[in-house]
Design a protein around this ligand. Structure first.
Ligand SMILES: N[C@H](CCC[C@H](N)C(=O)O)C(=O)O
Length: 266
């Protein structure tokens, strides 16, 4: 089977596009094997995409985390899927159906944009001591579980240690959460670091995490309800902006997509 390796602002995926309908693969197990950094292709996740209609253009997307768990939303995987849909099918606008939710997508030459739906927000849902300072995390559901802590300096955080602590916090069981650390970086600019559930590590960027960060940063008065640049560990910022028709419910997240290599699975 052919695969393509693509990253969305540093969040990397193994893509299997339009697999034969009769293939009865155990995708979760396949994801675990293919995402392994030493013994597989190496990725944060595996994405299976299928064009299910051309008019209107609709693509079904399934995303598995590196540990084989299912991601109900992955902004960067959706952005990469949309980029591929332009390559493969010449589509520049389309719907992307993931975990029962249809996301809008727009592909331009310099960025790929997808929508994220914003659900429940809960201020101060869990606390941790970070560098000796008790710090609250607010939660924001952006298609998947995210918590966000506003901190003075994201570089000073041991993201893996604190991330794991919060990800496994008893109050957030059994689902757990992705964990974001956010810092104000000027007018309409944030810096972010994300510990991702399912990868169980810090990733270089996270689309739904960037959206959660902007939702919480807006609530906390760090940014206004206008486009926000979110600087990540990849050095390839994502931009988050409110959907003009439903600014409180839906955000667009956009940024670069890079096709790095492709091959055939042995
Ligand atoms: N990196 C992804 C999020 C993956 C979410 C996943 N870690 C989970 O919650 O299962 C993004 O760009 O939105």
């Amino acid at each position: 089977m052919r695969f393509r390796k693509i990253h969305g602002a540093g969040n990397d995926f193994v893509f299997l596009s339009d697999p034969a309908p009769e293939s009865d693969n155990n995708w979760a197990k396949e994801a675990e094997q293919l995402c392994a950094r030493r013994t597989g292709v190496g990725a944060d996740g595996q994405v299976i995409s299928r064009l299910i209609s051309t008019n209107p253009a609709l693509i079904e997307v399934a995303c598995f985390n590196a540990d084989g768990s299912t991601a109900t939303m992955c902004g960067n995987a959706l952005r990469c899927t949309a980029w591929l849909a332009r390559q493969d099918h010449g589509l520049t606008t389309m719907g992307l159906l993931m975990a029962g939710v249809t996301h809008e997508a727009v592909v331009s030459d310099d960025a790929v944009w997808v929508t994220a739906e914003v659900g429940a927000v809960q201020p101060r849902c869990v606390q941790a001591v970070i560098n000796g300072r008790p710090t609250w995390f607010d939660s924001a559901h952006t298609g998947t579980e995210h918590v966000v802590a506003v901190v003075a300096d994201v570089d000073s955080i041991d993201t893996v240690t604190v991330g794991r602590l919060i990800r496994h916090h008893a109050d957030l069981a059994p689902l757990g959460t992705n964990v974001n650390f956010v810092q104000s970086a000027g007018s309409q600019e944030l810096r972010i670091r994300t510990y991702e559930r399912g990868v169980e590590a810090e990733t270089l960027s996270c689309g739904s995490g960037a959206v959660a960060a902007v939702v919480i940063a807006t609530m906390r008065g760090l940014v206004a309800r206008r486009p926000v640049t979110v600087h990540n560990q990849a050095g390839e910022p994502l931009t988050v902006r409110p959907h003009p028709d439903r600014p409180t419910r839906t955000q667009w997240v956009g940024g670069p997509v890079t096709h790095t290599f492709e091959g055939v699975l042995a």
